[in-house]
Design a protein around this ligand. Structure first.
Ligand code: G4P
Length: 189
């Protein structure tokens, strides 16, 4: 998505080999017009998949996921992160390891909002190691939902997330794919 790549080059700050800061339009301040353009890109790619629910993971996935849910005219479900297990009959939960943050968290969803037969499009802001997507897919399996596709705003292609998702046979579409980061260096695939 050329507009997004331009925004990344104009406003993104590459801190080091691993982290790109995009606080001015995605992670802190949100460019709402860009979010609507992003939703159109995801809609055009996934529109034939009979999506009936958009799912994201709190918190930075919410802006693009909200716009995409609006575009598809379907509900948005936000998977929650908890610091520790809160086992309950009313919740699905799975443990996820974040390599970027070097910590574990519990990903949870209320059983009320994931229904058997749901055809889900998962939207997230960043794809790094793919562990959040894998965790979400475990929850969908337990809920007997189908993960029809994964839409990512910024993929760090030099990290293993995409490979893990493709190996599961899941259709993944990333709007910007970064092949290299370094201090003040941003290169696209
Ligand atoms: P994974 O799910 O792909 O395995 O990714 P990982 O755990 O390694 O990192 C996930 C968290 O780190 C996410 O934030 C993600 O947005 C953030 N992240 C990863 N790489 C970058 C990056 O280059 N730049 C920025 N700005 N963030 C990055 P989170 O823990 O879900 O928190 P939140 O920001 O969504 O609340």
């Amino acid at each position: 998505m050329e507009l997004l790549k331009k925004k990344i080059l104009d406003e993104g700050i590459a801190l080091d080999k691993n982290i790109l800061k995009v606080d001015s339009f995605l992670n802190h301040q949100v460019d709402v017009n860009l979010m609507m353009d992003i939703s159109t890109e995801f809609y055009n790619y996934f529109k034939l998949k009979k999506i009936n629910k958009i799912v994201t993971i709190e918190s930075s996935g919410i802006a693009p996921a909200f716009a995409t849910a609006y575009r598809f005219n379907v509900p948005l479900v936000i998977l929650k992160k908890q610091q520790s297990s809160i086992l309950s009959d009313e919740l699905y939960e799975t443990k996820v390891h974040s390599f970027t943050k070097n910590s574990d968290y519990m990903l949870t969803a209320s059983k009320k909002f994931l229904n058997q037969g749901d055809n889900i499009l998962l939207i997230d802001d960043f794809l790094a190691n793919g562990e959040a997507v894998l965790g979400a897919s475990r929850i969908f399996k337990e809920a007997n939902c189908n993960l029809a596709g994964v839409g990512i705003v910024i993929e760090k292609s030099f990290q293993p997330g995409r490979d893990k998702i493709e190996k599961m046979g899941i259709d993944i579409y990333s709007l910007a794919r970064i092949s290299k980061l370094d201090k003040n260096v941003i290169e696209f695939k």
